[in-house]
Design a protein around this ligand. Structure first.
Ligand code: G16
Ligand code: MG
Length: 218
């Protein structure tokens, strides 16, 4: 039986991708790199420092480790200007109703995010009280597609991987869920999220009935 749901943050519960993009584009510009919205897809779900590596790859540049860390810091400062202004209105459609339905059913809820700012974002949007466990960029050594973030989530909730359903919008995140041996609901486009068990457009399409139906499928 399904005992827990593990949620990715950006692109599933809230849309901070636009703020990440804004801050990264500004940084890329300062390095003389043309960073487009198309390129930005590659940054979804991956860590901050890996994101910078990808941008430098796009620009055909390399920088010493020390300077990279300073640039990551700089990007994050810019990003936090927008995040600190976030409100509950930025919660994506259907999210709160689904979280409430899970609570009513006694299904546990955890966060599995690459972001080191996850706690702050959950606080700003008033989503924090729904979560029984939070595993984010501060708690993991290996980024997605490594399964660590979701395995730690299951462990924190005291459930087995096969009792978990992961909700993910990024290819790296779906791979992470599958590497953890979990069921996975893709949030976004089926053409992109091909490794998932089902794909929904957004959380308005998700119900507890559909959740339990996943297990029968598997
Ligand atoms: C999110 C975003 C990524 C971002 C990462 C790290 O992951 O999708 O684009 O690079 O967090 O964020 P931060 O710089 O805040 O630590 P997720 O797993 O929540 O989708
Ligand atoms: Mg995501």
């Amino acid at each position: 039986t399904i005992k827990a749901c593990l949620f990715d943050l950006d692109g599933v519960l809230v849309d901070t991708a636009i703020y990440h993009f804004k801050a990264w584009r500004q940084l890329a510009q300062s390095l003389g790199i043309d960073f487009t919205e198309h390129d930005n897809e590659r940054l979804k779900g991956v860590s901050r420092v890996r994101s910078l590596e990808i941008i430098l790859e796009i620009g055909g540049q390399t920088l010493p480790q020390e300077q990279m860390l300073a640039l990551c810091e700089q990007k994050n400062t810019e990003y936090l200007v927008d995040v600190s202004k976030m409100t509950p209105e930025e919660i994506l459609p259907g999210v709160e109703d689904f979280l409430k339905a899970l609570k009513a059913e006694g299904i546990k809820i955890a966060l599995g995010s690459a972001s080191k700012n996850a706690q702050l974002i959950l606080e700003r949007t008033n989503l924090l009280p729904y979560f029984d466990a939070i595993i984010d960029g501060r708690h993991v050594v290996n980024g997605k597609p490594h399964p660590e973030v979701f395995l730690k989530g299951a462990e924190a909730l005291g459930v087995k991987p096969e009792e978990c359903v992961v909700f993910e919008d990024a290819v790296a995140g779906v791979e992470s869920a599958k590497n953890a041996g979990m069921l996975c609901v893709g949030v976004g486009q089926p053409e992109v999220l091909t490794q998932t068990d089902i794909v929904v457009k957004d959380m308005t399409e998700m119900t507890v009935e559909r959740l339990h139906a996943l297990q029968q499928k598997a």
